[in-house]
Design a protein around this ligand. Structure first.
Ligand code: NAD
Length: 480
């Protein structure tokens, strides 16, 4: 009998459903279906593939409330954020749908007469997509919409914490007109189904979003087949607040970036680097704002902060409170779980007087915990911001345009915000990070197409004779 696992509501501990715990044999079957479907799907004109994505976007709009509600239950984020998650998938599907009528290549003149040259994007084949639970509708759309419009087929291994949402996502794709076999789901655990997908010889592309540690394991497992591996990994994002900042605006941005989605965003602001001149004022205002936040189930209108995803996450986040105290940082507020109907709640937590090298200022906590780091200058702030292994998002609050431009240049992250928090990406710019947040690829925008296509350069010689590049034209005089 197939083994199974449960999806559990983080706000209550209630079991929402049981799902097959797939293994290598299930992955083999899914890849085989995707391989067969590829031979037809790659030949469907790209505008038609795009039209399917338009219909998908329309269906997501129709089902937005249902998906939002389900997300508050299965993943736990609050209603407004869950709606934003679905909206991101809507936006991405429209955007990539439009790509069906672009997918631009290049033409360029040849050095020889009567010869034509162009480059075109070709699909790669079966894409293995492995996704986390924190954006359970948005992230599958970042991967599947570009993969599909480019003519690939997909095997999706969604996170084991959000299988219900993944199923609804794929059902709506089928309803939109994605043919059988073009998108296939394997549920199950990372080390089983996920690893089998990464190692499968007939899956030439792996697109993975998750933790840095899993990203390293995925890269190693994919190496034997020299696969294309696209990684979107963790972050240790900083908000810099300068002495000339609008402190009230900065506090709003910090609260949204540090405690939104209970800190479970790759772009969460888990460090706040603050100029000495406003350090006292910011501490007081931030603590007051954090203590005003109401914890509760995501589906209740008055909730500001929902639960963490599961018990293991709660324990991990709490362990960082002990680590921060041991390191000598000062706990200003929070630092403990909050009892609330069997859910995995953790109080918004603020540490002060952290030093850039402390573990709470270096490691991804993935919970509602942020650390204030005092600095005396802009240069010190930038050095502290850059002192981590990750490079996803950064932000600076300042009214000085020169400082803002220096920050845009010097902060070593894939995304930088000026006078806004570290979170708030839109679908038509590249999304991703530098350093150990990834491996140089980007999701979203035009950049995403590079993950899901191979360039093919095509030369058409219509001279009717042998023409040798670099040889037959080598002796031509240089223009004067
Ligand atoms: P995770 O790495 O534990 O799991 C992610 C996915 O990988 C899951 O589907 C899991 O089953 C699978 N997996 C686990 N081990 C595997 C293996 N050995 N082989 C193949 N697949 C495996 O991450 P998570 O806890 O689900 O998500 C949180 C992490 O994701 C955080 O580090 C966060 O920063 C990161 N994240 C990054 C981005 C981004 O775009 N940069 C976005 C969201 C989340």
């Amino acid at each position: 009998m197939t083994q199974s696992f449960e999806s559990v509501a983080p706000a209550t501990g209630e079991v929402l459903g049981r799902f097959p715990r797939s293994g290598a044999a299930d992955v083999d079957r899914a890849v085989e279906r995707a391989k067969t479907a590829y031979e037809e799907w790659r030949l469907v004109p790209a505008p038609e593939r795009g039209a399917v994505l338009f219909r998908f976007a329309e269906l997501l709009r129709t089902h937005k409330d249902e998906l939002t509600d389900l997300m508050t239950r299965e993943m736990g984020k609050v209603k407004a954020e869950a709606g934003g998650d679905v909206q991101e998938a809507i936006d991405m599907s429209y955007y990539m749908g439009g790509e069906g009528r672009r997918l631009f290549g290049h033409t360029t003149p040849s050095e020889l007469r009567d010869k034509f040259m162009m480059s075109v994007r070709m699909p790669v084949g079966v894409v293995g997509a492995i996704t986390p639970w924190n954006f359970p509708i948005a992230i599958p759309s970042w991967k599947l919409a570009p993969a599909l419009v480019c003519g690939n087929t997909v095997v999706l291994k969604p996170a084991e914490d959000t299988p219900l949402l993944a199923d609804r996502f794929v059902e709506l794709l089928a309803e939109a007109g994605v043919p059988d076999g073009v998108v296939n789901v394997v549920h199950g655990f990372g080390e089983e189904a996920g690893d089998a997908l990464v190692r499968h010889p007939d899956v030439p592309v792996i697109t993975f979003t998750g933790s840095r540690e899993t990203g390293i394991a995925v890269t190693k497992a994919a190496a034997d087949h020299l696969k294309h591996v696209h990684l979107e990994l963790g972050g240790k994002n900083a908000i810099v607040v300068m002495d000339d900042a609008d402190v009230d605006l900065a506090v709003e941005g910090i609260v949204w970036s540090a405690f939104g989605t209970s800190g479970q965003r790759c772009t969460a602001a888990s460090r706040v680097i603050v100029h000495d001149a406003v350090y006292g004022e910011l501490q007081t205002k931030l603590v007051a704002a954090a203590e005003r936040l109401r914890l509760g189930p995501g589906w209740e209108d008055e909730t500001d902060v929902g639960p963490l995803i599961n018990r293991a996450a709660l324990e991990k986040v709490h362990s960082y409170t002990a680590i921060g105290k041991d390191e000598g940082a000062k706990l200003l507020t929070g630092g403990e779980a909050a009892e609330n109907g069997g859910g995995f709640y953790y109080k918004p937590t603020v540490f002060a007087d952290a030093e850039p090298g402390m573990r709470i200022a270096q490691e991804e906590i993935f919970g509602p915990t942020t650390a204030l780091i005092p600095v005396r200058s802009f240069d010190e702030a930038v050095a502290a911001a850059n002192s981590v292994r990750y490079g996803l998002s950064s932000s600076i609050y300042t009214r000085d345009v020169n400082r803002a431009f220096r920050a845009m240049r010097d902060l070593e992250t894939g995304i930088t915000y000026i006078n806004a928090g570290t979170t708030g990406a839109e679908v038509h710019l590249p999304f991703g990070g530098t350093k150990e947040t990834g491996n140089g690829h980007r999701e979203a925008g035009q950049a995403a197409l590079d993950v899901f296509t191979e360039w093919k350069s095509i030369y058409v010689d219509y001279s009717g004779r042998l023409q040798r590049a670099q040889i037959d034209n080598a002796e031509r005089p240089a223009p004067r």
